[in-house]
Structures are given as C-alpha cells and as structure tokens.
Design a protein around this ligand. Sequence first.
Ligand code: SF4
Length: 347
Amino acid sequence: MEISEVVDFLRTYNGPKIRLMEVCGSHTHAIAKHGIRDILSPNIELLSGPGCPVCVTPTAYIDKLIELSLEENTTVATFGDLLRVPGSKESLNEAKGRGGSVEMVYSPMDVLGLAKEHPDKNYVFAAVGFETTAPVYTLLLDNAIALNLTNIRILTALKTMPGAISYLCDNGAAIDGFIAPGHVSAVTGADYFNDLAAKYQIPFAVSGFGDQELVIAIYGLVQMIIKNQPQVKNYYTSVVDAGQNEIITAQLNKYFEPADVVWRGMGVIPGSGLMLKEEYKRFDAGSTGLDEDNKRNKACRCGDILMGKAKPSDCPLFGKVCTPMSPEGACMVSEEGSCFNAYLVRR
Ligand code: SF4
C-alpha cells in the first residue's frame, strides 16, 4: 500500500471513534513536529500519555533535589529540563537563585570529571528516566567504582512502562490502542508489551519517530482495532527486536531492582520504578519515600492530561498563566511534555 493511500484512509476514516495514546515523550514531540494530528480524521483521537520522564516526576523529588543543593559542600548535577520543573514551592533554578549549588550537564558521565576535579565536594546526579535512560546511570556507577570515586551519588526517579500502562487501563483511561515507546522498546524488545496486550485486549504498535513511521504505526493500530486483533506489532524493526537487549538488561539488573514509586498525578504504582539494590545503596542520595505530589498551582491538570482524561487546552492556565517561559506544571517544561507541544502547535 502506498503511503498516500494510508494517509487517505486515516484522513477519511468514519468508523466508530478511536482513541490512541502514545506513551513516549519523543513520540509526543515528533507527532507535534510532523503535524500528524492534522492528517487524522476527527474520529481518530491521539492522546499523549505518561511518557515524558520529567512530566511524571513528583514534586517531592524536586523538593529533595533542592534540599540537597542547599546542603553544604553538595552540588546537584542535572539535565537542563529538570531545572525549571516546579516543586511544591519552587524550582531548582529558583533554589539556585538563593544559593543552591546546581550544575547543568549534558551527560551523567560529566559528573565523573567534576568529582575527580573536586574530591572534597559531593555530587548528586538527578537520575530521572525510563528503561532507556537507566542504563546510562549504571555506566556512571561502573566508572565511579572503577575510579574509586566516593563523592558521587544519584537520586533516582527511574520508572518502567508496564506499570503505568496497567494503571491507565485499570483506571478508566478508555484507550483503544497504544503507540508503544520506540526508545524503550529498543532496550526491552517489542514482546515486552505482549502481556499487556493480552490482559487488556488492546493492540500495541511499536513505532519509530519519522512522519511516515508514525503514520504507518497509527494505520496498523487502527487496522488491529477494526479487526479486533489485540496484538503487538513492531513497525520499527530497524532498531527494535522481539526480545530484550541482553547486555543492557544485565547491566540494569546488576544495579537496580523494581520498586513501588509515585508518578505525578497518578500516585504510587506498584513495581513501576527502579531503585538501587542494597549492595549499591551507598550511591543513593535518599530516593525512597519521595511520595508527596503537592502541586504549586492547584489548578494545574498535568495528572489528568498524563492519564488521557484531559487535553492541555482543558487546563484554565494553558497559554495564559502557564507558558514554556513561565511553566506552572511539569508538562509545560520539557520539549517532550504534552502542554509544551500543544503550546508550540497553537503558536
Ligand atoms: Fe499544568 Fe501548565 Fe499543563 Fe496546565 S498548562 S496542565 S498548569 S503544565
């Protein structure tokens, strides 16, 4: 089938209403960038789920980073995204303005150089992310051990996808099909989603990030829904295998174990996070018990948006009080956030 025929089908589809969700921040950004929603029939709704790591991080985690940044002799190192995410009262950037020691880095490995250069200082890396990013933190720990650096710790807010997808399905998100996360699938393999597809009778399409790749994956999902085939189909075979990447999985299992963790707006989801194993707890900067999720602005609807229960435009603050320049919620901060991308498209 030609891509033009696929697009025509999706544009003119007039069957029962279909609700699809992507659960990957990079897909959220790619869908907005390529204008994918513009070519879909009004009967195909595309929702953005909890796939942006910064967006699902609870306020207690930000508050803890701020607390650490204000400790004597301690520097918090982080990717840029996290700097502007509001905690319960302020962001890391704001804490930096009143004396917090915060360093923006481009890779966790940058911390190795800092820790070597300043052995009298403690460094805490803000380790957020999913199955995709977690392996990088294991390399940081490998190197810290090899170099005998005792002044590096990580504060983990690592999450894994199946728990969140189960939570959505169990809590009335009414999703007919999922675009499975491409980067995560590269680590876990497409079969990772088989149990979810069978349990909830919902199809999954593993997709790449190009415009045609996304359109083909969406078409595949719609076909599976029409034909009542709740399967997992891999449309990203250039990168994603059926099975997991054994080397990366072994590396993850060496340092981390599953844990019950809080997702912003969703609460505690059993087994949906990764925490350091007991033998590596010396690298933990206090990641357990960060369960509070007190929004600074009570009107923020990030939680509902992450669960597919509201769209960014449903939030009374969207584009008025809350913009990328002055974000009130995490979904407006990252370029993977639904509100950020909705704002971009509207502009
Ligand atoms: Fe939260 Fe801002 Fe999105 Fe509203 S527009 S839900 S305040 S991030």
